[in-house]
Write a protein that binds this ligand. Structure first.
Ligand SMILES: [Zn+2]
Length: 296
């Protein structure tokens, strides 16, 4: 059962690492924030006041290879999705993410290091109740064979399926209730993946300059070329689930609903979040009244 009260960090979470696309080292400090603040990114290398970007689905500016958010002044932060997934799963409602560059570090390509950094900082409850976003009507977006949908459920569920021609991936599916325990156990450690054949085009487009076998599962022809191999045989689809959780946290509240993704990437996830926001009859805000009554 998700917590009824809003939470923030008890202290500061700090980490640094290579930016997947830019290749430079970036430093991050995540600070506590008051109830109702949400998750706000703060580009401390840029002059204020236009260096803050609220983490919302409407702030998403690019989704080609990771989720990028930006503000009207042009300040951007890329590759936020794995950190957003960790914040979502650990129930951190309010935080300021200070970063000294245009991208959150990729670390090992999974959400594990973000979870560890948040654990080191600790969490503390705030005096205000947490507002959940409950899906009350199915919303679906389709792009060719890609599909993403949210439908009513008492829990936050993720059902993701992929089917790649490469036998290194093949057909994989995961379907689970997402909470802190299942995220830590089943999802957090699954890494980003990509095809070696795409790398040249990505680098020509200014992307993936920080990518290496230390932070991406790389598939060449029909094999994973990382020396340690995979962490799980279905690491790929589990990573897609992490991406979806991070992208959906841009709705600005913990979800009560069932997500279904079929080959869905960041672009379709963002289209889904925008479609939900655009249809007020598809959702409502709810509070965990019973728990609040029991706790008071
Ligand atoms: Zn990812």
């Amino acid at each position: 059962m998700a917590k009824a009260m809003q939470h923030t960090l008890a202290g500061h979470a700090r980490f640094s690492g290579v930016a997947l696309h830019g290749g430079q080292t970036v430093r991050v400090r995540i600070c506590p924030a008051p109830a109702g603040a949400g998750v706000v990114f703060h580009r401390i290398d840029l002059p204020g006041p236009d260096n803050r970007i609220a983490a919302t689905s409407l702030a998403v500016t690019e989704t080609r290879l990771g989720t990028v958010i930006g503000n009207d002044a042009g300040a951007k932060v890329a590759t936020i999705e794995h950190l957003m997934a960790a914040l979502s799963a650990l129930g951190v409602d309010n935080a300021i993410v200070e970063v000294d560059g245009p991208e959150i570090p990729i670390l090992d390509g999974s959400a594990t290091a973000f979870v560890k950094a948040l654990d080191r900082a600790g969490r503390r409850p705030l005096p205000n109740p947490r507002r959940f976003l409950e899906i009350v009507k199915t919303v679906e977006v389709v792009d060719g064979r890609k599909r993403a949908a949210l439908s009513p459920s008492a829990d936050f569920e993720v059902d993701f399926e992929i089917d790649f021609p490469s036998p290194a991936i093949g057909r994989q599916r995961i379907d689970l209730v997402v909470d802190e325990t299942s995220f830590r156990r089943e999802l957090a450690d699954n890494r980003t993946f990509g095809f070696l054949s795409d790398l040249e085009a990505l680098r020509a487009a200014g992307l993936a300059h920080g990518g290496s076998l230390d932070n991406v599962v790389v598939i060449d022809n029909d094999a994973v070329i990382n020396p340690g191999g995979l962490r799980r045989t279905d690491e790929f689809v589990r990573h897609n689930a992490v991406d979806a959780i991070g992208d959906l946290y841009l709705l600005g509240a913990p979800l009560l609903g069932r997500y279904e993704g079929r080959y869905a990437g960041h672009g379709l996830n963002n289209a889904l979040a925008r479609a939900v926001m655009a249809d007020p009859s598809a959702w409502r805000h709810v509070w965990r009244d019973q728990e609040l009554a029991a706790a008071s």
